[in-house]
Design a protein around this ligand. Structure first.
Ligand SMILES: [Ca+2]
Ligand SMILES: [Ca+2]
Length: 89
């Protein structure tokens, strides 16, 4: 699909967008597993629950993968904790 002539479109609830071609981009922040736009201790807890099998990984967007290796591991929990403590940006 060629998007060279693309323009931002705002769609409100209930609006008919039948005649508009659009692409939807989700901007998920690395390490933001609960999608609240912040990386906090809650995200480390969610990540830890996934890594230990308490939450199925299928329920989590891999786009939020903290260290960017496309898989969930204890390294992501550590990475998030480093972000929360200011050791990483
Ligand atoms: Ca979050
Ligand atoms: Ca990872």
């Amino acid at each position: 699909m060629n998007c060279s002539n693309a323009e931002p479109v705002t769609v409100t609830e209930g609006q008919n967008i039948q005649d508009i071609d659009f692409m939807l981009y989700l901007n998920i922040k690395k390490g933001d597993f609960n999608f609240d736009s912040n990386v906090q201790i809650d995200d480390a807890i969610i990540c830890l629950k996934v890594v230990t099998g308490l939450i199925p990984e299928t329920n989590i967007k891999i786009d939020a993968d903290a260290d960017g290796d496309d898989r969930m591991s204890i390294a992501d929990v550590i990475y998030i904790l480093q972000m929360v403590s200011g050791l990483r940006e």
